[in-house]
Design a protein around this ligand. Structure first.
Ligand code: ADP
Ligand code: ZN
Ligand code: ZN
Length: 731
């Protein structure tokens, strides 16, 4: 008999330690990486075996494992190593890190399509050889199994005249072993569709060659594939993936959001047919379980998925591609707040797999990695057919006001749209605010309508003539009079996508279609909108940032950004980078077909260097300048950053707790190591869903010591303190 240490899979924050259980003799397969059921505080819960340990002296105190889950270990050594790294780096328990690797968080009541299969044991073979006269059917069954050379399901045995009862009898004797065998929903393999008809450009050729060589030599390098929008990055992914398959290795392709990258999925499907599996966030637990099984068993060779697919099991991972690697959605906002790029780096390191990060506007972290020589850069400098990048014009809205144009659209955009109609082409208009008006204010006393539960203005939506809170979803009828002074002079201010859509509708011949969070609630709504637009049923697409991403629509020749500086002045160190990314991506939607594209940025801040860099699509110029600023002010990637968020229904309590944490961190050692502790200060939106929020920011060259101290403190298990490692924003 032996014992195991088990990480308990419960979503409880303070379960940082593991528990020892003894292993009964009939479960002697149980070892590191297996899942099991154990009794924990009177409940039967799932546990992950993380170590085999010697028997303690006082065995009687130990409970024993109740049941083994599955017929093989779930976690291999690489997954366990990655989980251990996750729990240290992202300050979560080992169980919290490990449950990320399980489809659907818990597997206890997994009702996957599991059927039982019977395999012959050594004892069974002995019985078969001895050929004892009686129990003819049992002998026949053993003969069939011995011949088959693999476990057979009850159904397969029944076809050959063997009933369940016969098998049960054999199982009781120990002549056969029962295991789970999955029935896959589709295990059909198509041949690789060989549509590699394009002739690669020299730059593409070189990128594929470098990546392939790295895979052949199993070097596990990281590459940054930096190529302007439409430069043929996807083609490089496809060819590199094909090389990986030829080497018998598996490929993981991460995308920011499946709905917005339907085209990439289509192209992979066209080339690799059924050799790919897709894991998006709307899969049911069963479907996800199937996908995981196909990858683990090696039945499927390419997995395309969103952030969480970085935790899929693999048999022989050779290549990981992260498309649009700068996208925010790769960072999980809930606990544990991991970044898929960092997790992918770990997994690639353990598996000897090559990592390819693709973007037209790489994250400054990745670009800094290139400058430091840690990441190898591959560039695609032009579009394959030599199409020019769109010409971008910056329109100063202050000038429009001076010319007595008080509308949403500048003269330049209006003309551009009229021209689009005249030429029978299409346009995309970006406005990063949904709703109709962005706030409602009383003309007499200046009162704005704020959500009761959150510290933000409510937004007017035309649907139901309602005011909505974009943080908690609360809705109100528009009041007839001001709640503060009872004046009836209530006025709507600011422009959201609904109002923009209405304005566009006034241009003769323009048929606008809106895409934002409100119009894409239904499943597949994104895809339908893009399909409708692509089919030409509408000639203008207006919406929030989702209109700027990923699509390749050849007839789009005109792009307008209605408020190019809207996110620029947020008090956040990433605001500039986000603005640059969004503008560059938006501009990149224009002129992807035969005709060149035109782009207009409307702004009240026409001198902003960010807008200029974006207008010129000058990533390197932007990145160098922004990195200088980050260095000067001590922001990532020049330091590590940790944000602590303290929440409480009473503002004073949150502030006090925040202050206690800050005092705890203001130590001599921290000061000597140059670790800065800032705050607590109220979050930009100081209250959300009735909870006040205060932030603490910790910056330093190496925060591992600070993290370890916090994990040894009383604060680690407080429910209202959240650790956000490498936060995506500081506000
Ligand atoms: P990106 O992913 O960089 O935005 P894509 O891979 O989508 O760019 O390529 C843009 C367009 O150029 C696609 O329509 C693609 O089929 C085409 N393309 C890519 N590589 C080549 C090539 N070598 N020759 C001709 N066309 C190409
Ligand atoms: Zn008023
Ligand atoms: Zn609210």
């Amino acid at each position: 008999m032996y014992c195991v240490n088990v990480a308990i899979n419960l979503p409880i924050k303070n379960l940082f330690r593991q528990y020892t259980y003894s292993v009964p003799d009939d479960m002697a397969c149980l070892d590191v990486g297996w899942r099991c059921l154990v009794d924990f505080a009177g409940r039967e819960v799932e546990g992950f075996v993380v170590a085999r340990v010697p028997q303690p002296e006082n065995l009687s105190k130990l409970k024993s494992v109740t049941r083994v889950i599955g017929s093989e270990p779930w976690f291999d050594a690489e997954m366990i190593a990655t989980a251990r790294w996750l729990s240290d780096y992202y300050m979560c328990s080992l169980a919290e890190a490990m449950r990320l690797f399980i489809p659907g968080k818990t597997s206890i009541r997994m009702t996957e399509k599991t059927v039982y299969a019977y395999g012959i044991t050594d004892l069974g073979r002995e019985l078969l050889q001895a050929g004892t006269g009686r129990a003819k059917l049992q002998l026949k069954a053993l003969g069939i199994l011995d011949n088959a050379g693999e476990p057979l399901t009850g159904a397969e045995l029944l076809e050959q005249g063997i009933s369940q009862a016969v098998m049960r009898g054999l199982a009781e004797k120990g002549a056969v072993q029962v295991s789970e065998k999955r029935v896959l929903r589709d295990s059909y393999f198509a041949h690789v569709a060989q549509d590699e008809t394009l002739v690669l450009t020299e730059e593409q050729e070189r990128a594929v060659a470098d990546i392939s060589r790295d895979m052949t030599e199993a070097k596990g390098s990281t590459y940054l594939l930096r190529g302007v929008t439409g430069s043929g990055k996807t083609e490089v992914y496809l060819r590199s993936a094909a090389r990986a398959l030829e080497m018998g290795r598996q490929v993981l392709v991460l995308v920011p959001e499946i709905a917005l990258t339907a085209q990439l999925v289509e192209r992979f499907k066209a080339r690799f047919g059924n050799r790919i599996a897709v894991a998006h966030s709307k899969l049911s637990r069963n479907e996800r379980g199937d996908v995981w099984f196909k990858m683990r068993s090696g039945l499927t060779r390419i997995l395309i998925g969103v952030r969480s697919a970085v935790f899929a099991p693999f048999q022989n991972l050779g290549l990981v591609i992260i498309d649009e690697e700068h996208e925010n959605s790769y960072k999980q906002e809930e606990r544990p707040g991991y970044h898929a790029r960092k997790v992918a780096e770990q997994r690639c390191r353990h598996a000897g797999a090559t990592l390819v990060l693709g973007s037209a506007t790489p994250s400054l972290e990745s670009y800094y990695g290139v400058l430091q020589g840690k990441i190898k850069e591959l560039t695609l400098t032009g579009r394959p057919l030599g199409q020019p990048l769109p010409k971008v014009e910056i329109v100063d809205m202050r000038q429009e006001l001076a010319n007595r144009n008080f509308g949403v659209l500048s003269d330049r955009i209006r003309k551009g749209l009229e021209n689009t109609v005249a030429q029978g082409e299409q346009a995309i208009m970006l406005l990063n605010r949904r709703g109709y008006s962005t706030f409602v204010m009383c003309r007499d006393c200046g009162h704005t309508i704020i959500c009761d539960h959150c510290d933000v203005a409510m937004v007017y939506h035309t649907a139901g003539q309602s005011l909505r809170c974009h943080y908690c979803g609360k809705t109100l009828r528009v009041p007839q009079e001001c709640p503060s002074c009872h004046s009836r002079r209530i006025k709507f201010f600011g422009t959201g996508t609904q109002k923009a859509e209405e304005e566009l509708g006034t241009i003769a011949g323009l048929r606008p279609l809106r895409m934002d969070q409100d119009s894409t609630q239904r499943k597949f709504a994104h895809e339908e909108i893009i399909r409708d637009f692509k089919a030409g049923n509408y000639n203008a697409l207006v919406g929030t940032q989702m209109v700027a991403k990923g699509h390749d629509i050849p007839k789009v020749t005109f792009v307008g950004v209605l408020s190019a500086d809207s996110s620029l002045h947020l008090p956040d160190f990433r605001a500039t980078e986000r603005t640059f990314d969004l503008l560059t991506q938006a501009a990149g939607r224009a002129g992807r077909g035969e005709k060149p594209g035109k782009v207009v940025f409307q702004t009240y801040d026409a001198e902003s260097p960010v807008l200029r860099y974006a207008a010129e699509q000058d990533y390197v110029g932007f990145a160098k300048e922004e990195l200088r600023t980050r260095k000067e002010y001590g922001y990532p990637p020049f330091c590590e950053m940790l944000k602590l968020i303290v929440l409480d229904e009473v503002a004073g309590n949150a502030l006090n707790l925040g202050q206690r944490i800050v005092n705890f961190l203001h130590t001599k050692e921290n000061a000597e190591q140059g670790i800065e502790v800032l705050g607590p200060f109220p979050a930009l939106v100081g209250k959300v869903r009735d909870y006040y929020r205060f932030n603490i920011l910790i910056k330093g060259k190496d925060l591992s010591g600070v993290k370890a101290r916090l994990l040894n403190s009383e604060f680690k298990s407080l429910r209202n303190v959240y650790f956000d490692v490498d936060p995506s924003s500081v506000i």
